[in-house]
Design a protein around this ligand. Structure first.
Ligand code: SF4
Ligand code: SF4
Length: 471
């Protein structure tokens, strides 16, 4: 039985409910009156249910699809403005005991170079990342209780936060590790992580079990219920995601929204972020063997609909996507992107690609300085802001601020101040010129006058080599 409040995976992600939803969507995809009413409802920024959203996803009427794009763009503009938050992944270890058939780190892959960073190596990676200008990381590690126990992850987080190289600092560490126990989530919370991220990969239980034939990840319920345990452990910012291409995208899309509804129903707060990775080529993995791949057009529609259906949830896109695709979906609602990513263990300090330890091929190969300049050339403010969790604005407190639109008086000045830090410490001459011009123009867009004045003062402080101001 479908029950969003249940703590059992198969009840809050209920297979029959998804099939019913898809049937309802097929029956109503040409019901333009209904589609129009849903678009109207979405304009109120209160989101849409998985059933409603699935009707929009199935609808192929070009005029309505264009309206979905326009609305996503409007929500993105009104709510997130023109800011894009930057981050980088940091791979700690690719030892893994699981058998995920789409990932080159799976246990049976004997061609890949296995590597686990020592604390000294982590320090070198972090210095390399700081020297690019990064302030926010997402750490990644395979599941391996012997090689990557929770103690190793905790020690690594401590190392990362402790490194202060020149003016650099990593101010927020998000964590993407395997589903674990409430106790371990509590430890991660104590280590002051930002968001706990765990991709569901696929919500389709039968496919899930086939795609994860061996290892602890085979357990669908344990994996799907992980976010509830994380929240029980005190982590209130959690990040969802599916790996598009594994199962039928309409099924995944409904499941993803049901998961968000479940978190809201049980914990009073939805996901902090949703990531939208698509399966990519990698060592030992050919994406063509997965026959559920989605076109760029469908991908863009999914991004637009996520923006419409969960307007307060950040959306993340990685360097799996090309510059062209990123350009398109940033407009439609993506709020966070990675830049200059290395998906290999030790890839920043050592250029570890040659060692063949990558998790996937990176489509966007530009440097961080190039990505920052490109964003500004396209009218976006690259932001290195990490203020919210450091100010205790997490979970429902963060959501309340979002819903009252108060976040605008924080995000905008924080974006400008952290951009200024980047310009002072890491930017090329070209980027610097673009950035100074942008800061000058964008200061006027801070709604609150007091905040604006204080921001101006801090910008001067930053020119005078002071750092780390935030609202
Ligand atoms: S997806 Fe994660 S759990 Fe699966 S093989 Fe890769 S690293 Fe291991
Ligand atoms: S103020 Fe908070 S929501 Fe806004 S960009 Fe910074 S961390 Fe994100």
């Amino acid at each position: 039985m479908y029950n969003p409040k249940s703590l059992k995976a198969e009840e809050f992600i209920n297979h029959e409910e998804i099939l019913d939803t898809l049937k309802y969507a097929d029956e109503n995809k040409d019901n333009l009156e209904l589609v129009d009413s849903l678009l109207k409802k979405a304009e109120e920024l209160k989101g849409l249910t998985h059933r409603e959203a699935s009707v929009l996803l199935a609808c192929e009427d070009q005029e309505r699809v264009q309206k979905m794009y326009d609305l996503a763009e409007k929500i993105k503009k009104d709510f997130y403005g023109n800011r894009i938050v930057m981050f980088a992944p940091l791979y700690l270890s690719n030892y893994c005991v699981n058998g995920c058939v789409y990932c080159p780190y799976h246990l049976k892959n004997k061609h890949i170079c296995r590597k686990k960073l020592t604390q000294e190596e982590i320090e070198r990676e972090v210095i390399a990342l700081q020297d690019m200008g990064h302030k926010r990381l997402a750490i990644e590690a395979g599941e391996d209780p012997v090689n990557n126990p929770i103690e190793y992850i905790l020690e690594s987080i401590k190392t990362i936060y402790s490194i202060k190289h020149k003016n650099g600092a990593i101010r927020r560490v998000n964590v993407n590790i395997a589903a674990t126990t409430v106790e371990n989530y509590r430890k991660l919370k104590e280590a002051e992580i930002g968001t706990y991220i765990l991709f569901q990969e696929t919500y389709h239980k039968e496919s899930y079990e086939k795609l994860h034939p061996t290892g602890p990840k085979h357990n669908y319920a344990y994996h799907t219920e992980a976010m509830d345990r994380a929240m029980e452990g005190g982590i209130d910012d959690v990040g969802l995601g599916v790996l598009f291409g594994l199962e039928l995208y309409r099924y995944e899309f409904a499941g993803l929204l049901m998961h968000a509804e479940h978190l809201e129903a049980v914990h009073g707060v939805g996901p902090h972020t949703i990531s939208v990775p698509r399966i990519k080529r990698a060592e030992d993995i050919d994406p063509d063997v997965f026959d559920n791949g989605i076109s760029d057009e469908t991908f863009a529609k999914i991004c637009a609909l996520i923006r419409i259906c969960v307007p307060y949830t950040g959306m993340i896109i990685s360097t799996r996507e090309s510059k062209e695709v990123r350009e398109k979906v940033i407009r439609l609602g993506v709020s966070q992107i990675s830049g200059a990513s290395r998906t290999s263990v030790g890839g920043y300090a050592d250029g570890g690609e040659e060692e063949n330890s990558q998790q996937f091929d990176v489509s966007d190969q530009r440097t961080l300085d190039e990505v920052v300049a490109w964003l500004m050339e396209n009218g976006y403010i690259p932001s290195f802001c990490t203020a919210c969790y450091r100010e205790g604005r997490t979970g429902d407190r963060f959501m309340a601020l979002c819903k009252n639109r108060q976040i605008q008086n924080c995000c905008h000045p924080n974006a400008l101040m952290t951009l200024k830090e980047f310009l002072m410490d890491y930017a090329s001459q070209h980027t610097k010129e673009l950035g100074e011009k942008m800061i000058e123009q964008e200061l006027d867009n801070i709604p609150n006058e007091k905040v604006r004045e204080l921001c101006k003062k801090h910008l001067i402080d930053i020119s005078n080599n002071k750092r780390d101001f935030r609202f």
